[in-house]
Ligand binder design. Structure first.
Ligand code: 5GP
Length: 188
């Protein structure tokens, strides 16, 4: 039986990756992470084929022309991210559930595409001010990138209502537990 699709979106810095990784590490839910492709450069510690498939601009364009994506978006100017058909097919056809960590437009599109086979969850920051503090604390991005991400977050929060569920990440452990319950209910 084909697996189900779990879509998780959040503004950058809302703890989305931490939440997904914690649920995967717990190992209680049968789900696998679909590794997306991007033309952005790897951050320190990120690995090709684990966090993303890091492609050159040309390679990304070629993948588009070969119809390799379920969806792709220009999430930041010049920076593209896409869900690979091959990843979703590999995981689903093996009967596992698949988790997609994708931006709001991608998330809304994938939900439309898969309907009841997909559950979409939006992780919210407690507030935009708190989000800025978290991004500054993470210290992986420049001040300019942080400004860009905070502006983008305000825009993205406008899409939260289009998701099946919203989880506020105020306390991390609570947000992990709430997200895990929403996924468990859906895949059981
Ligand atoms: P980051 O550069 O911080 O890893 O990711 C930036 C944004 O791109 C995040 O919101 C992330 O969810 C989104 N993203 C990652 N992979 C995909 C994808 O395959 N498709 C879409 N539409 N967005 C993605």
């Amino acid at each position: 039986m084909a697996g189900k699709i779990i879509i998780i979106s959040a503004p950058s810095g809302c703890g989305k990756s931490t939440i997904i990784n914690a649920i995967l590490a717990e190992g209680k839910i049968d789900m696998q992470f679909s590794v997306s492709a991007t033309n952005r450069l790897p951050r320190e510690g990120e690995q090709h084929g684990v966090n993303y498939f890091f492609l050159t601009d040309d390679e990304f364009r070629k993948a588009i022309s070969e119809d390799a994506f379920v969806e792709y978006e220009e999430v930041y100017p010049g920076r593209y991210y896409g869900t690979l058909k091959s990843e979703v097919a590999r995981i689903c056809e093996a009967g596992h559930n698949v988790v997609l960590d994708i931006d709001v437009k991608g998330g809304v599109n994938v939900k439309k595409l898969y309907g009841d086979q997909a559950r979409s969850i939006f992780i919210m920051p407690p507030s935009v001010e708190e989000l800025r503090r978290r991004l500054e604390g993470r210290a992986t991005d420049s001040a300019e990138v942080i400004d860009e991400r905070v502006g983008k977050a305000e825009y993205e929060i406008g899409f939260a209502k289009d998701y099946d569920f919203q989880v506020v990440n105020d306390d991390l452990a609570t947000a992990i537990a709430q997200t895990a319950t929403l996924i468990e209910e859906f895949v059981k």
